[in-house]
Design a protein around this ligand. Structure first.
Ligand code: ZN
Length: 85
């Protein structure tokens, strides 16, 4: 598959059928000589594509929690942490 621009990349990253999105992301950064941090920023600002720090997948705004830097699915599963003392 050919990914020529960020719009294509964002689309591929959010596609559930792609198993290795983090590899796509890293490869794009390498090929275009941008840092992964910068790429992540640009994707989130301009292409509605947010990286979950927990499951390393990409989500649109509605499925992502800025506060936790995680997708809403990871936030759900992490809830049990708070119950132990
Ligand atoms: Zn997640």
């Amino acid at each position: 598959m050919d990914i020529d621009n960020l719009e294509d990349l964002a689309k591929e990253l959010k596609n559930d059928e792609n198993a290795h999105v983090i590899a796509l992301f890293e490869e794009y950064a390498k090929t275009h000589n941008i840092t992964e941090e910068k790429l992540e920023q640009t994707l989130s600002k301009e292409h509605d594509c947010f990286k979950c720090e927990s499951c390393h997948k990409f989500y649109c705004y509605d499925e992502y929690s800025f506060f936790d830097e995680k997708c809403i699915y990871c936030c759900d599963t992490d809830d049990e942490d708070g119950e132990e003392f």
